[in-house]
Design a protein around this ligand. Structure first.
Ligand SMILES: Cc1cc2nc3c(=O)[nH]c(=O)nc-3n(C[C@H](O)[C@H](O)[C@H](O)COP(=O)(O)O)c2cc1C
Length: 179
């Protein structure tokens, strides 16, 4: 894992093909009068996991403070306040369409979240061949951050150790280069 400069302040949604206009509106609710107040987090590891919860199982083994991106559009949005790494599973359709979960698009369409994103860890399943962990590749490219690691399903003990060591190194180097 290597540190990187802060990502470009590009709207994630403008370059992502699988969004809907509802996603944009949900993102704009943060800070608007009458908006659902956000859940604020200073966690440096933010993840999405669907109802199957493989990614939840993986991050719970890391022993780190984590914050979860909400599953439902009606839920309060999550607002990051510190630089963070995102753990994201891929949910692709034919040809990789829609690989980034819509909940993650909504989260990244909040400018503050996008600006604080420093890296991505992809979750997936190698049965999907070339589309393995594609969501991590897409987010890394769109947001200008490194795709730090890929793991399958709920990860192995080796994945847990590598990610924990890698995150320690990543944050140490980043704090040194951004002084
Ligand atoms: C409908 C569907 C599509 C998927 N598409 C991909 C894919 O394109 N690439 C990939 O690596 N994994 C794919 N996966 C596997 C998931 O990313 C994997 O099961 C992951 O662990 C799910 O995490 P979660 O249980 O935390 O939501 C797909 C799974 C499902 C159910």
């Amino acid at each position: 894992m290597t540190p990187t400069a802060a990502p470009a302040a590009q709207d994630f949604d403008t370059a992502q093909e699988s969004h809907t206009s509802r996603d944009v509106h949900a993102a704009q609710r943060v800070g608007d009068p009458g908006a659902v107040p956000p859940v604020v987090t200073s966690s440096q590891l933010i993840f999405f996991s669907s109802a199957s919860e493989n990614t939840t199982r993986f991050v719970s083994k890391l022993g780190r403070e984590v914050a979860r991106i909400p599953l439902f559009a009606k839920d309060a949005p999550l607002l990051a306040t510190r630089p963070f790494v995102l753990v994201v599973p891929t949910y692709g359709g034919t040809g990789g369409e829609g690989s980034v979960p819509k909940q993650v698009i909504r989260f990244l369409n909040i400018p503050q979240n996008r600006q604080l994103l420093r890296g991505v860890i992809g979750a997936g399943n190698t049965n999907f061949g070339d589309n393995y962990c594609l969501a991590g590749d897409i987010i890394a490219a769109k947001c200008g951050v490194p795709h730090l690691y890929r793991f399958e399903l709920m990860g192995t003990p080796e994945d847990v150790a590598r990610v924990n060591n890698g995150l320690d190194t990543f944050w140490t180097r980043l704090s040194q280069t951004q002084k």
